[in-house]
Design a protein around this ligand. Sequence first.
Ligand SMILES: NC(=O)c1ccc[n+]([C@@H]2O[C@H](COP(=O)([O-])OP(=O)(O)OC[C@H]3O[C@@H](n4cnc5c(N)ncnc54)[C@H](OP(=O)(O)O)[C@@H]3O)[C@@H](O)[C@H]2O)c1
Length: 306
Amino acid sequence: MKILLLGADGQLGGYLRHSLTAVGDVRASSRSTTDEALRCDLFDLAAVDDLLRRERPDLVVNAAAYTAVDKAESDANAAMTINATLPGIIGASVAGWGGAVIHYSTDYVFDGTAHHPYTEDEATGPLGVYGRSKLAGEQTLAATGVDHLVLRTAWVYSLRGRNFLTTMLRLGAERDELNVVDDQHGTPTSAGFLAKATAQIAGKWLQDFRPGSRQRGVFHLTAAGDTTWYGFAKTIFEEAQATGRLPKGPSVLPIGSASYPTPAQRPAWSVLDTTKALASFGVVAPDWRSELRKVMSGAYDAASST
Ligand SMILES: NC(=O)c1ccc[n+]([C@@H]2O[C@H](COP(=O)([O-])OP(=O)(O)OC[C@H]3O[C@@H](n4cnc5c(N)ncnc54)[C@H](OP(=O)(O)O)[C@@H]3O)[C@@H](O)[C@H]2O)c1
């Protein structure tokens, strides 16, 4: 099984490099890899097509994305190229030799007016460019007819790179007081869990079904439970103090989104119902709090560096 991983230097990509080795031979592509054969700037769609045809993978796992939610508001063309056009290019190419694609999407495809966890077939209504571009990517990929899974996830974090956890740990060491938004609800989901679950899903999906007859489409995949950014921040600092990562946490104060204006509007509620993915692939979603403890203990980073 030959797997081409796109976005291998990203937050999720870094963990997928390791977890996908359980499924096949991983070829890790990014725009800064020293391996010239796998180096690719995904804005160059012709180069992407060349890379795919050269590698001819059985499975493409696309962890690359334009993820700067606020910047996307003023950089829509770039966001649309990477998030909307690229998945269609990948799908059309890979369909040519009967390969398969696993792609990621986001809770930001929803408008956030629900009060229950969103299922896969509920109406979408993205509030910003990022969400619109990711939704368009789901559609362009599906339209190619390739065997594909779209894993919609949310609030991805890890101890690596820039994300809510690393930002909180940095700010918590610098400041005595932090204001954090308490009226947006979602499910913190670790990149380590997502990568492990993706490998489990990929293994089962490719084994149980023959090309062309595989179950396709959108699946929601997050940890279990929900909180707000404020609840997430509070729990991060409790854990940071319990583990001695921060000697003294800051005071965390809840604020409304109106007090923290951003270029892109976020959904007030973006909790996803994961029943379909868990039932279809036997994945067990951990509670987000126990998962945070696991991440902060360094468990995923120790495992993925071996
Ligand atoms: N992060 C979240 O909270 C979140 C929430 C919901 C869904 N998701 C989805 O989960 C997936 C993984 O996200 P993530 O958190 O791992 O994002 P990330 O850390 O921003 O990684 C995205 C990767 O895509 C690469 N990329 C972007 N443009 C590229 C280009 N033109 N050429 C080559 N590579 C390019 C980036 O490369 P460089 O490093 O070179 O820039 C980066 O390595 C994405 O589909 C995202 O939409 C994320």
